[in-house]
Design a protein around this ligand. Sequence first.
Ligand code: COA
Length: 411
Amino acid sequence: MATFGNGRRVAIVAGVRTPFAKAGTAFKSISAIELGKLCVAELLQRTNLDGKEVQALVFGTVVPSVVEPNIAREVSLLPLLPKGVQAYTVSRACASANQAITDAADQIALGHLDVAIAGGSESLSNIPILHSQRFAETLVLASKAKSLPARIRILARLRPRDFIPITPAIAEPTTGETMGQSAEKMAKLNAISREEQDHFALRSHRLASAGTADGRLTAEIMPVYVPPKFESVLTSDNGIREDTSYEQLAALKPVFDRKYGSVTAGNSSPLTDGGACVLLMNEEKAKALGYPTLGIIRSYAYAALDPGEQLLQAPVLAAPVALKRAGLTLKDIDLVEMHEAFAAQVLSNLKGFESKWWAGSIAIGHPFGATGARITTTLLNELRRRDGRFGLMTVCTAGGMGFAMVVERTR
Ligand SMILES: CC(C)(COP(=O)(O)OP(=O)(O)OC[C@H]1O[C@@H](n2cnc3c(N)ncnc32)[C@H](O)[C@@H]1OP(=O)(O)O)[C@@H](O)C(=O)NCCC(=O)NCCS
């Protein structure tokens, strides 16, 4: 059996996240950088790790701030870490935190690092609002005008339509297709019925509610005081509906194909704010520092397909490669954690491989940049509870890409 790292095994020591909040709710005035700082500070405090031990911080985000684009560096400048911690930001759509984790793991395997923090955060409440090209060009011209009357003459050319902001869409630049439209297409191509999608969404909410009630999910979540008054505190994901029913889900109207569609607000993951991160160490370093580990990374793989085909189907290509690299087959896997962008996508992916899997993003939420770190922590913790050995996680992403990672629980 192969293990990633050529002898320098990469261990996941701990993971933590903020609660995930539906965009426009509890975290609407917290930036992605702040969400990142909150969870990294919590990770250091929970593990009682001296910030001086951390050598690098790798963070993912999908919609970065235009004024603070290197989110990783801003997060690394929190007071608990020395200013010498090197930090960089990665982007691989919904697998951005996975990219952060595998980048840090690669550096540990190479011997360049012993201790790193990796994760991601996203604030979909705070996405940049764009102006039209004409509006931007006119502003630039006006800023170069030599006199006030000249500036006013240039600005007077603006028409009301030039002020209409451009809302960034979650759409493929190459095809113009939104994620939701892609999920619709996949449902049709793979014959996934509306009923199956709603049953799957119900399952997601039921499992996430149970995991919240019995503390399995909340153990991974830090409490966050809600600005601006900081009088209330969010301790769990606010998109989980413990009272949702199949009938309620079945009554929702399709969003992305109103006439013939089956993808609804209920069977899609919601737009979400949140941050998540994990602590990675070379296994020997963890032993030297006296840290027990959750598990080691056995292998990982990325894959991509034509975004014009089935956009969210690439996990089916990535998983066999990750399994082969680990020297395992799906039969050896005790638990699978799949990112749920849409029920239609999960059910389409599952047609590609049968598995034993657990709850996810439809109920819990999906802050794009953070999800990969959430599922890494959840998979390892649940693997321990079930006394399993091998876990597989998969993530589908924009651009027709997919990610898979095999982890092995350490005892
Ligand atoms: C699908 C989407 C457009 C829905 O957005 P929205 O309309 O703001 O969603 P809401 O949460 O307001 O839900 C709409 C309605 O459905 C209801 N609803 C949603 N989930 C429900 C559930 N599980 N049970 C019962 N009702 C539910 C809401 O209560 C709301 O009802 P109301 O209109 O009476 O208030 C949005 O979540 C989205 O774009 N998701 C996809 C994100 C994406 O593309 N991710 C990328 C994946 S990789």
